[in-house]
Design a protein around this ligand. Structure first.
Ligand code: MN3
Length: 238
């Protein structure tokens, strides 16, 4: 009896616990926050010279962080958001307002994007099955890249280019505007599981490349994490 009594007393005496409790009581919005910004999976300069450290820091620490914060602000209106995985949220995005579509999409897309790039020595090559499928679908890896580049360059304004696996398990290249993505249940989206995606918003390249989106896209291929693309392909085709 005595032991079960002593434990909460000791906890309450901890000044850090007291402070956390007081903060939670003052800021109930913080306690409800469900989505968090994960740190970049590598140092911000790990993709240089192709993508510079300052671009990575602003892109992750300000743009991606803003999507997370703005998404959390929507939990008050849609408490069910807090119960959904990011993937499931995309699959039923049509139920929600534009703020959830833009910021929930932005959070999912960027979470994925950081993983689809890697430091030198950790990028690997397309796996055997993926490479064979790319050959069968597009002709060759170079042909696939050419088609992907066209999707990235022809996307007017802000958006993304994608390599996806369609519901009938075929590779396809598509693009989406703004922070939409191929998981979303929207009429104008070619749906599928993304295995590779490229952010072509100006904030992704403007500091280093200014208006030269083509140069950014060409150089971006140097940092693609083929190990991760292959892992996603194999998982989606299982
Ligand atoms: Mn971005």
């Amino acid at each position: 009896m005595q032991a079960t009594f002593a434990l909460p007393l000791r906890r309450a005496a901890n000044p850090r616990a007291l402070l956390a409790g007081a903060l939670a009581a003052l800021l109930p919005g913080l306690a409800a926050a469900q989505f968090t910004l994960a740190p970049l999976p590598y140092p911000s300069n790990a993709l240089e010279p192709h993508i510079d450290a300052m671009t990575m820091e602003i892109h992750h620490g300000r743009h991606h962080a803003a999507y997370v914060n703005n998404l959390n602000a929507q939990i008050k209106q849609y408490p069910e958001l807090a119960t959904l995985s990011l993937e499931d949220m995309q699959r039923q995005i049509s139920r929600f307002n534009m703020a959830v579509r833009n910021n929930g999409g932005g959070h999912y897309n960027h979470d994925l994007f950081w993983q689809l790039m890697a430091p030198e020595g950790q990028r690997g090559q397309p796996g055997e099955a993926l490479l064979a499928d790319i050959g069968k679908t597009f002709g060759s890896l170079a042909d696939m890249k050419k088609r992907f580049d066209q999707a990235a360059l022809s996307r007017f304004g802000s958006g993304w280019a994608w390599l996806i696996i369609t519901p009938d398990r075929k590779l396809a290249i598509t693009s989406t505007p703004n922070q939409d993505n191929p998981l979303m249940d929207l009429p104008d989206v070619q749906r599928g599981t993304p295995i590779l995606g490229l952010d072509v918003w100006e904030h992704a390249y403007y500091l280093k490349y200014q208006n030269k989106r083509g140069e950014y896209v060409t150089n971006w291929w140097n940092v693609v994490n083929w190990n991760e693309v292959t892992r996603r392909y194999d998982a989606a085709m299982k």
